[in-house]
Design a protein around this ligand. Structure first.
Ligand code: FAD
Length: 389
């Protein structure tokens, strides 16, 4: 049983179906909704290659843009960081709705996987027995259904039920709150640069990320819990122009704002990611604020390890992958959490009015452009390309 049809759940499902293992995916939303929900867009190269090895990257490799640089803007100047030149590696920009659409098609239409959309009140049970259960309410009949299975994959994101099914005392939840918000925006406007832009400004951070030739994601640092209604069109574009200003840079291309919501920036990590026959994957197990664009990449990393481990156990009786699953995932999770925290200080340190924090955060930034060793370390972490975690 897989709870949640996001990148993590669908990837585990397609790996199981490719090995002819039966499974059921339960999803509270409709297919149309999950295929349109805008979120991530930056995919690390290793993740795209891992999808490709499983036959899941056909459209992605055809359509995704390759990004090889990012640009920091501060003090009215632009500093381009060419990590592609430095490492020979790149990011893919492929909007999450497109990836989810590819995965739903592959799981449900191509590999005839069972996915039940629109279910309600999903409840995992008997997780420490050899035959756990998952019950849910059927959206059409309104009746309760009970399914027995070998394993439950909890891939239901940050607000799902799986994490809460672990009784107190069986897992530790480590939390971190940045104490800031990001206004997440989608603009119907072409990107204003060929790369990701990070504006480090006394008013707060601003980010620019291409999503497609017609759509650009922007972020603006704001107070946590701020009301998006406080950010009408003109205020948004004035703040973006101010915080992303750099001598000689072309003006931002404005467009209608089709998404405007405030994300309170916080992280958590559940350790271990397993309880009996429940295996958490993706945001259900660990949330990483979108500071370094890592969440979907971690969700995919979990899914590859878990899908392969389940296949090894169910087809060959080899339980090594399942035993090692939580530790193997958490090494990369903590590495990415640490990098996000480090980068957060670069983005936000100069905006709090504290001259000491501003001084140290600018020192971090300058080091990227003056020390080859610091630049190489940043590139490795930004690309998620370390060989061992
Ligand atoms: P989800 O995508 O949340 O999927 C979980 C699924 O479970 C959902 O479909 C949900 O409807 C369903 N569900 C929930 N509760 C239940 C239930 N009780 N029963 C059944 N189903 C349920 N990451 C990156 O790597 N790069 C980026 O550039 C990036 N940008 C981001 C920008 C924004 C604005 C945000 C919010 C996130 C961003 N992320 C990024 C993070 C990324 O979107 C998430 O980490 C990713 O979606 C996690 O995938 P998942 O499958 O674990 O969870």
């Amino acid at each position: 049983m897989i709870i949640g049809a996001g990148p993590a759940g669908l990837t585990v499902g397609t790996i199981l179906r490719a090995a002819s293992v039966d499974c059921v995916v339960l999803e509270t939303e409709s297919r149309e909704f999950v295929e349109r929900r805008p979120r991530a867009g930056v995919l690390e190269e290793w993740a795209a290659r891992a999808l490709d090895r499983r036959g899941l990257a056909h459209h992605l490799l055809e359509r995704a843009e390759r990004h090889t640089a990012c640009e920091f803007r501060f003090g009215g100047a632009a500093y381009r960081f060419g990590y592609g030149e430095l490492t020979g590696r790149h990011h893919y920009v492929y909007p999450q709705p497109l990836l989810v659409t590819d995965l739903v098609r592959e799981y449900a239409d191509v590999r005839a996987g069972d996915v039940r959309f629109g279910v309600r009140d999903v409840e995992p049970g008997d997780l420490t027995t050899a035959r756990p259960t998952v019950s849910y309410t059927d959206p059409r009949s309104g009746e309760r259904r009970l399914l027995h299975c070998d394993f439950v994959v909890g891939a239901d994101g940050a607000r799902g039920v799986s994490r809460a099914a672990i009784p107190e005392g069986h897992a530790r939840v480590a939390r971190h709150d940045y104490g800031i918000g990001w206004l997440a925006l989608l603009a119907q406007a072409p990107p204003s640069s060929d790369c990701v832009l990070f504006g480090v400004h006394p008013d707060g951070f601003a980010g620019h990320m291409a999503r497609s030739p017609e759509v650009t994601r922007y972020y603006l640092q704001c107070p946590p819990g701020d009301d998006p209604e406080n950010w009408p069109h003109d205020r948004v574009w004035t703040a973006l122009r101010t915080r992303l200003e750099a001598a000689g840079a072309p003006p931002l291309v404005e467009g209608e704002l089709t998404e405007r919501r405030v994300l309170d920036m916080h992280d958590y990590v559940v350790e271990p990611m397993t309880y009996g026959r429940l295996f958490l994957a993706g945001d259900a197990a660990h949330l990483v604020a979108p500071i370094a664009a890592k969440g979907m990449n971690l969700a995919l990393h979990d899914a590859f390890l878990l899908g392969d481990a389940l296949v090894a156990y169910l087809l060959r009786g080899d339980g090594g992958g399942l035993d090692a699953y939580s530790d193997a995932c958490l090494r990369r999770v903590w590495d990415y959490q640490e990098f996000s925290q480090w980068l957060s200080e670069v983005y936000h340190g100069s905006a709090g009015g504290d001259p000491f924090r501003a001084g140290t955060s600018f020192a971090r930034l300058r080091r990227l452009f003056t020390s080859p060793a610091a630049a190489a370390a940043f590139a490795e972490q930004y690309l998620g390309s370390a060989e061992h975690y």
